[in-house]
Design a protein around this ligand. Structure first.
Ligand code: GLN
Length: 220
């Protein structure tokens, strides 16, 4: 049986585990709290939780996980939420002075703490393309969330949720402004700038399991 998932170094990993364990799939997901390269080897997918991206990267380095994670991302599905989304990005615009280690995998440029100090945390109802019961909005919880600044040209990215342009810190004139993007897919990877694990709603975990971790298997 294929276990999933995640990096349990720092951040909201227990909540991710609970959401995964509550999924109603025929194939039960086994969760692994990944703290070592050996743990990672047992996984068919990985969730990198929210928390603090520089701390997660530092802990990954100290536990010898940094290089194994970079290798994992090349072939296996990874979902990054908030700080995890930063780590999955190809570049970060406002890295800390002493730099920011990234894992890459998703061809976006992202800004840390993009909503600034004024509106560091907020909630917004999101229409998400491809989620079960998609007529029911998903509550996006944004906590010192990153902002997508740009997508690499021609990257095979599928945007699955946007914020209305008026909710941006500096209003967007164009509804296609990349800063409105809050959830996207690139191949097997999923990136959300908010925290689906902090709601009781497991539809994003269901989405990741069905579309990214087990895309070719009938799971329910
Ligand atoms: N601002 C945090 C960072 O840069 C992310 C916040 C979060 O994960 N809630 O890592």
């Amino acid at each position: 049986l294929n276990p999933a998932i995640f990096l349990a170094l720092q951040g909201a990993f227990v909540e991710h585990e609970t959401r995964l364990q509550n999924l109603h799939l025929k194939r039960k997901i086994t969760t692994v709290l990944v703290k070592t390269p050996e743990d990672l080897q047992r996984c068919d997918g990985l969730i990198i939780p929210g928390g603090e991206s520089t701390t997660i990267a530092l802990l990954a380095r100290l536990s010898g996980l940094l290089e194994p994670l970079k290798g994992f991302i090349k072939t296996k599905p990874v979902w990054g939420t908030c700080a995890g989304a930063i780590l999955l990005s190809q570049s970060v615009t406002n890295a800390k002075k002493d730099g920011q280690e990234l894992l890459g995998g998703v061809s976006v440029d992202i800004a840390r703490n993009g909503w600034g100090s004024q509106v560091e945390s907020f909630e917004a109802p999101l229409d998400v393309n491809g989620l079960a019961d998609s007529s029911v909005p998903f509550t996006g919880i944004f906590i010192r969330a990153p902002v997508v600044l740009g997508l690499a040209p021609n990257a095979p990215i599928q945007v699955i949720a946007r914020l209305p342009p008026h909710l941006l810190p500096e209003p967007a004139e164009d509804e296609n402004d990349p800063r409105t993007i809050v959830a996207l897919r690139q191949g097997l990877h999923l990136l959300t700038t908010f925290h689906p694990e902090l709601t009781q709603d497991a539809r994003f975990h269901d989405y990741f399991a069905r579309n990214c971790v087990f895309p070719t298997v009938q799971v329910s």
